[in-house]
Design a protein around this ligand. Structure first.
Ligand SMILES: [Zn+2]
Length: 289
């Protein structure tokens, strides 16, 4: 049996490929390490049972990230309850950078004239000056609530609906994903190239929904579990209503979403456009190939 020293020596293999990133919402440095074969297997098995997908990816990220400025090592529970879903995307970028350096050849399509061509897209090339926006509110992202009020006309028993929204933690996102069936998740991915639809996205950012029956209702009906919030949005609210709430949410929070993008100038129509990358989808793509 080899001594620990021998295994410690092997650790250098991954340490040379470490990358430092800055988590924009929790405002902490993180060091990401490359994926290993064991991680590879856990992602592959996560695809077989997609309901565990988000959890496994979060575990994989947790295992491959170090926070040098935190004095105590976070437990997995602490990590998912205190880190925003936005930070997770940045961490994922760091891990993919450490592991692959590139997303490989991608099909690029001009947004103006549909001109198609192939190009190698490196992880480095999708970070622009304005890609990352640091959290700039006084309270932490977890304490920061943004109320969105929608007046209801024509219904006697509902005066208004108030959404208490904010930036979700990794755990919040996980809870909503648990409510979606495996089939639905696959369908979303195939149809919309994303894991979730509008109603799930809105449920993820909504901490509670209050329904006021009258103008001065002192005891509104409050829906505050992920399951109830998702159910209200999914089963009772109309599409345009949700879109309106979501666009109000976006005016406040979309600037914090990391914009991973590579700029191009179309060789046919000369228009400038961006090739946008969703980190989550990029990771899945890698395994679907
Ligand atoms: Zn073009």
């Amino acid at each position: 049996m080899l001594n620990t020293e021998a295994f410690n020596n092997l650790k250098k293999l991954s340490s040379v490929r470490q990358k430092e990133v800055f988590c924009p919402l929790i405002k902490t440095r993180a060091i990401t390490s490359p994926l290993k074969v064991a991680d590879d297997l856990s992602i592959k098995s996560a695809i077989v049972s997609p309901d565990l997908y988000d959890l496994n990816i979060s575990k994989m990220i947790y295992e491959n990230v170090m926070f040098p400025d935190l004095t105590n090592k976070l437990s997995f529970e602490e990590f998912i309850n205190n880190t925003s879903y936005i930070d997770r995307q940045v961490l994922l970028w760091g891990i993919l950078f450490s592991t692959y350096k590139t997303l490989g050849k991608q099909q690029i399509i001009c947004s103006e004239c549909n001109n198609k061509f192939e190009d190698e897209v490196t992880l480095e090339s999708i970070i622009q000056k304005d890609s990352i926006t640091l959290w700039d509110q006084e309270e932490s992202f977890k304490d920061h609530n943004y109320l969105i009020e929608e007046k209801i006309e024509d219904i006697d028993t509902i005066n208004r609906i108030v959404f208490n929204t904010g930036i979700p933690t990794i755990a919040d996102h996980l809870e909503v994903l648990r409510l979606i069936t495996t089939e639905k998740l696959k369908e979303n991915f195939e149809k919309f190239n994303s894991l979730t639809t509008k109603s799930e996205d809105l449920a993820t950012v909504t901490r509670s929904i209050s329904v006021y029956k009258t103008e001065d209702d002192k005891a509104p009906d409050i829906f505050s579990t992920a399951r109830d919030v998702h159910h209200v949005i999914h089963s009772y609210l109309l599409m345009d209503f949700c879109e309106d709430v979501f666009s109000k949410y976006n005016t406040q929070f979309s600037k914090y979403l990391p914009a991973f993008k590579k700029p191009y100038v179309c060789s046919k129509c000369n228009k400038n456009f961006n090739f946008n990358v969703d980190m989550e989808v990029a990771l899945l793509r890698h395994y679907f190939r």
